[in-house]
Design a binder for this molecule. Structure first.
Ligand SMILES: [Zn+2]
Length: 143
């Protein structure tokens, strides 16, 4: 049962959101330690990806499972209270994400999404990042 009043719930969720930068910092450090260099949050690129590899035309998004509604993830459930606030808000984010990825793809960009819940296995992360950055494929991966 959710016993928090809506405004308290919102405050709590905003706190969770601000923690989303921790996985992002971890990915930055990891990618840097692997020898790749990148730009951060380039506003000129659709969706303002967290890490941008300009010469490769590749971008990495580090997504919070809740805010970006990771499909099938236990962390992506919509709060039971104040659904009228959360549902449209989260659906808007999903639609926006899809649009960004499509736009990037159509412009020849390759994207990788790393979800919060995938942060634990560093070896797996490294492999995924390496495969992504060293391959020359440009295919559409939205979710
Ligand atoms: Zn997840």
């Amino acid at each position: 049962m959710d016993h928090l009043p809506p405004h308290k719930r919102r405050q709590l969720m905003q706190k969770i959101k601000s923690k989303d930068t921790i996985p992002e910092l971890k990915i930055r450090k990891l990618v840097y330690s692997m020898g790749y260099r990148y730009r951060l949050h380039l506003k000129s690129i659709p969706g303002t990806p967290d890490l941008v590899f300009l010469s490769k035309k590749k971008a990495i998004f580090v997504n919070g499972c809740f805010w970006h509604q990771h499909v099938g993830c236990k962390d992506s459930h919509i709060p039971k209270s104040n659904t009228g606030y959360w549902k449209p808000k989260l659906e808007k984010t999903i639609k926006r994400d899809i649009k960004y990825h499509e736009t990037l793809f159509l412009n020849g960009w390759d994207t990788l999404v790393i979800w919060d819940c995938q942060m634990a296995n560093e070896d797996l992360l490294k492999n995924r990042i390496k495969n992504f950055l060293d391959s020359s494929s440009n295919y559409l991966k939205v979710r």
